[in-house]
Design a protein around this ligand. Structure first.
Ligand SMILES: Cc1cc2nc3c(=O)[nH]c(=O)nc-3n(C[C@H](O)[C@H](O)[C@H](O)COP(=O)(O)O)c2cc1C
Length: 361
C-alpha cells in the first residue's frame, strides 16, 4: 500500500482540499501541530499582507475518528477566509446579482514568469484569472497540511524532517537576507533564494535502484521540482560534486557502517544509506512585480505592463516549510512502500524487524 495525495482548490475559491490515501489505521494526529505548520508557511520576512489577513486552520472531513486515522481516505480542508471578498468573482456557480467585490473584471495582462500566458493559451481561457488561481502557490497550504500528517507517520519510526531558508537574494546570513528583502521591497522588486531540507533517522534501504521510478533521489527531486518557483534541486553536495575528484567526493565507510562524511546527502544509487538525507531547492525571484515587466494586453494585442496583484517580495521561508512537507510526504510514501501494514502496529513492527535484520542501531 502506497501513500497517495490529490489536491484541489483555487487561490480565492471557497477552500483548498486534500485527500490522502494509504495511511495505516491508528495514526494519532494533532490538530495544533498541523495548524502550527500552516502558520509557519504563512510567516517569514517579505510575505504579503494576505498572510496576516488569513490564519489558516485545518478541518478534517473524513478518515479520522477521535484523533486517530481509520485506515480510510483522509480528507483535509483549509478554507480561504479571503473568499468572502471574492464571493461573486470566484463563485463556483453562475453568480447571483450585480458584480461586487474582487475578481469581477477579466485579467488580460499576463505576467512574465507566471502561468498566465501559457495557461490561457493551453486551456482556451479568456480571463487570465482562470489560470493564475490554481497556478498560484496558495494551494501549497493544503500540501503543508498533508506533509504534517506524513511527519506524524514518520515520527512513529524515528524519522524527523526539517526545512529552512539558507539563502535569500544571494545573502546567507540573517541580517543580509533581511537587508536584501528590504532593498527589493523599496525598489518594488522581488527575490528568490535557496532552501535546505534535512531528514534524520532514515534507515539504509528506503527507495531502490531496481527501477527508475523507485529511486529515492528521483522522487525527492520530483517532489521539490513540483513546487511553484523551484528551478533547481540538489541532493547532498549536488552541483559541487561535478568539480571534485572521486577521491574527495565519496563518503568512506567505517567498520560500524557509518560514513565519515555525507557529501552524497544520505542517498546512493537511489537508496538511503543511513546518513541524514539533505536536499536543497533553488527558488527563482517571484514573478509578480510591483514595478511590472513589459507584456501584452491580450484583449487589444497592444504592448502593456503586466498585472500587478498583491504579492510577496520573497517567500523563501515559506518555501522551506512547503519543501519540508514535500520531502516528508515522499519519505512517508517510500516508508509505506517498504514497511506496509494496515494498522500502525504492523507498520512500526515491520520497521523494527527490518532494523533488527540489518543490525542498524
Ligand atoms: C510559498 C510560495 C509563495 C509564493 N508566493 C508568490 C507571490 O506572492 N507572488 C508571485 O508572483 N509568485 C509567488 N510564488 C511563485 C509562483 O507561484 C510561481 O512562480 C508561478 O506559479 C509560476 O510557476 P514556476 O515559477 O514554477 O514556473 C510563490 C511560490 C511559493 C512556493
Amino acid at each position: 500500500m502506497t501513500l497517495g495525495l490529490t489536491t484541489a482548490g483555487e487561490s480565492h475559491g471557497p477552500a483548498l482540499v486534500a485527500i490522502v490515501t494509504g495511511l495505516p489505521a491508528g495514526l494519532r494526529l494533532n490538530r495544533d501541530a498541523i495548524d502550527a505548520d500552516l502558520r509557519r508557511r504563512q510567516q517569514g520576512y517579505g510575505r504579503s499582507p494576505r498572510q496576516q489577513l488569513e490564519t489558516d486552520h485545518v478541518e478534517v472531513l473524513a478518515g479520522l475518528r477521535h484523533g486517530r486515522t481509520l485506515g480510510t481516505p483522509l480528507a483535509l480542508v483549509v478554507r480561504n477566509r479571503d473568499h468572502e471578498n471574492w464571493a461573486w468573482g470566484m463563485s463556483p456557480w453562475e453568480p447571483d446579482g450585480a458584480p461586487s467585490g474582487k475578481g469581477t473584471k477579466p485579467v488580460t495582462l499576463p505576467r512574465p514568469g507566471h502561468a498566465d500566458l501559457a495557461g490561457v493559451l493551453k486551456y482556451g481561457h479568456e480571463d487570465v484569472r482562470n489560470a493564475l488561481e490554481r497556478a498560484s502557490a496558495r494551494h501549497t497550504a493544503v500540501h503543508v497540511a498533508a506533509g504534517a500528517v506524513a511527519k506524524a507517520l514518520l515520527r512513529a519510526v524515528g524519522i524527523v524532517v526539517e526545512g529552512r531558508a539558507v539563502e535569500v537574494g544571494g545573502e546567507r546570513d540573517e541580517d543580509g537576507m533581511r537587508a536584501a528583502t528590504d532593498a527589493a521591497r523599496k525598489e518594488r522588486d522581488t527575490l528568490g533564494g535557496v532552501v535546505e531540507v534535512v531528514a534524520t533517522g532514515c534507515p539504509p534501504g528506503l527507495g531502490s535502484y531496481a527501477t527508475k521510478d523507485e529511486r529515492l533521489d528521483g522522487r525527492l527531486a520530483a517532489a521539490l521540482m513540483g513546487i511553484q518557483a523551484v528551478k533547481g534541486v540538489e541532493i547532498g553536495e549536488g552541483f559541487e560534486l561535478a568539480g571534485m575528484r572521486g577521491s574527495e567526493a565519496h563518503d568512506e565507510i567505517d567498520p560500524g557502517l557509518k560514513r565519515r562524511t555525507n557529501r552524497a546527502g544520505g542517498i546512493e544509487a537511489g537508496v538511503s544509506n543511513g546518513e541524514p538525507i539533505v536536499a536543497r531547492a533553488a527558488m527563482k525571484p517571484l514573478p509578480t512585480l510591483m514595478r511590472p515587466l513589459d507584456s501584452v494586453d491580450l484583449e487589444t494585442g497592444e504592448p502593456a505592463q503586466a498585472l500587478v496583484e498583491r504579492s510577496d517580495v520573497q517567500a523563501v521561508e515559506a518555501l522551506a516549510v512547503v519543501a519540508e512537507a514535500a520531502i516528508a510526504f515522499e519519505l512517508a510514501r517510500t516508508a509505506r512502500d517498504k514497511f506496509g501494514g494496515d494498522a500502525m502496529g504492523d507498520f512500526v513492527a515491520a520497521h523494527r524487524a527490518y532494523l533488527d535484520r540489518i543490525g542498524w542501531q
